[in-house]
Ligand binder design. Sequence first.
Ligand code: FAD
Ligand code: ZN
Length: 469
Amino acid sequence: MTQDILTQIASVVGPNGLLTAPADKAPFEEEERGLYHGKALAVVRPASTAEVAAVVKLCAEAGVAIVPQGGNTGLCGGGAPDDSGRQIVLSLGRMNRVRAVDPLNFTMTVEAGVILQTLQKTAEEAGCLFPLSLGAEGSCVIGGNISTNAGGSGVLRYGNTRELVLGLEVVLPDGQVWDGLRSLRKDNTGYDLKQLFIGGEGTLGIITAAVIKLFPRPRDVQTAFCAMADLDSVLALLARARAASGDQVTAFELIGRSGLVLDLENLPGIADPFAEPHDWYVLMELSTSRPEGSLQESLESLLGEAMEAGEVVDAVMAQSMDQRNALWRIREGVPEAQKKAGGSIKHDVSVPVSSVPELIRRATPAVETALPGVRVIPFGHVGDGNIHYNLSQPKGADKQAFLAEWENMNRIVHDIVVELRGSISAEHGIGKLKKGELAHYKESLELDLMRKIKAALDPMGVMNPGKIL
Ligand code: FAD
Ligand code: ZN
């Protein structure tokens, strides 16, 4: 039976589209964090929507489960096959064409396997901006971004991936193709079906193409790194900056002293922008599509006001692209520095923006009491209420012993998040990693609705089984 289905798939995708040798399959079986080690029957790499549809139909008929995969940078194990050796990984990497760019409609129609960075460049060449931006942009692909509803550092101004998608083309679990590739900003014709697949982590169908939104390209970008008086001042500065700039704040990222210290200890070429240490820092960026002019003045004057009000204690403004990159490196280096500092336990959570200080103030003593010596490294997209509330192992401690605390720490932090009416997954999704947490915290009515949707679209359970639910 196994050989049968592989022969049939090979006749659809050709020899280039089917990988069965262990060494060829290996990179698709291992995920980013190395938490899951799967074993796939084969890796299938179709080159067109018709090929995806034909492969899915064959698998559905034979009852072979399919794990869709994009750039394989996901952090929750959603793209990892199980270890049965009976699932196929369907990789979209060969579907990498930009089908159309429409600068007047401010849209692009793209295939699922186009690398995010390629899309950013394509948009730029058309004089536009595709604002999705994240650390993995050189290797993640748009189909994966849509399937995880990726966030990143531009959400404050442009929204999550969900807000950036106008239409989708999807191969359903029975092999039918749904052509929802509409490029409309207004469409009120019943249920908005595309929303089911956005953030669906490949459990309801395979996204093969999308219409995504473009924006005018920013021509003036101003960046500041601020030392804050305290946590509450962070929110005061955000509100002030949004109001004073005509809502031109494009990024507003929080970094704690602990994160900067980790950077300084573990990454070459990072310098503390200030002579004195401070508990909290904000990396703030304003941008406008107007040609260079008054933005720098707006930033200077709003920082001056924030200093007078006692919110900002000290600040530096980037005077060049190199300086801007150096400031962003402090923020983006934190996860990398954490990796070098030993084991880390992560919480990618969100709460209402106004509750971020309370989250940090309540969670920190709680985890420090439960695990003496733990290094609390909260950082991230505070402008969206999304904090990566990460923990690094105590210095010199045993990594495995620390990681064994994963569930205990999750319970402490997630309980507080849920009390504040937040989300246990603001970015990255559920995958395998947070399935237990989802089942623990989600209302049973909501879980039940999700199961009904899954059963309606995928009654055979062939599409990425064992993920989310
Ligand atoms: P994959 O990892 O291949 O897949 C992710 C999920 O989507 C899986 O469940 C998979 O089955 C499904 N899937 C993939 N393609 C399809 C498809 N075409 N149709 C249906 N299902 C599909 N994420 C953020 O949100 N914000 C960040 O700031 C961020 N920063 C990151 C920084 C680094 C350094 C790294 C390594 C990761 C980061 N991530 C971030 C996580 C990750 O990059 C995102 O989740 C990204 O959107 C995943 O895209 P991918 O192409 O790698 O998808
Ligand atoms: Zn993030």
